[in-house]
Design a binder for this molecule. Sequence first.
Ligand SMILES: [Fe+2]
Ligand SMILES: [Fe+2]
Length: 183
Amino acid sequence: MLWSEDPISTLMDEHRLFLRWLADVRRDTLPFEVGTVRVLPAAILTFGEVLSRDVDELHGRKEEEGLFPALARHLEGEEGPVRVMLEEHEVLRRHRNDFSVHLKKIQSDPEAREARTGVSRVIASVDALLRSHIEREDGVLFPLAREFLSAVELQEVAEVFREVEIRLGPISLPRGSSGPGPH
Ligand SMILES: [Fe+2]
Ligand SMILES: [Fe+2]
């Protein structure tokens, strides 16, 4: 499990996994994008799944059901930063839906040029958006949460995280040897 008693550190740990995953995906899909390989790389086959399960369902729900509502209660009329993050979660969901449409087309017709371009375009958009989203959560939103949330509120947020992981299981991305290990 990735949750800890400090829910903000849990989210930041997950962000680091996502950044490493994005870098791996871009590296592995480049030959496909430039057309030197025709076979779909594994990174593309699993892209929608990771985006859906790890980024949206697991991580997104921890933020949307746990941290964001707790933080918004302190922002009284200044919820702009939380709202922007929620809107971006929606944009990521739309990218995920577009991605599955393109992938299905490629799987039934490997030469479908438009779908092949579509897959590359969605991956590039997710890469740019998610990187910038993570940067603003780590750099703006989470420091606000650290400033405003009491120890009791952080504990309540950690409890929501536990419920999410019990419901959906742990994150599927490998933590790798450089990570702090499960706790
Ligand atoms: Fe987010
Ligand atoms: Fe996040």
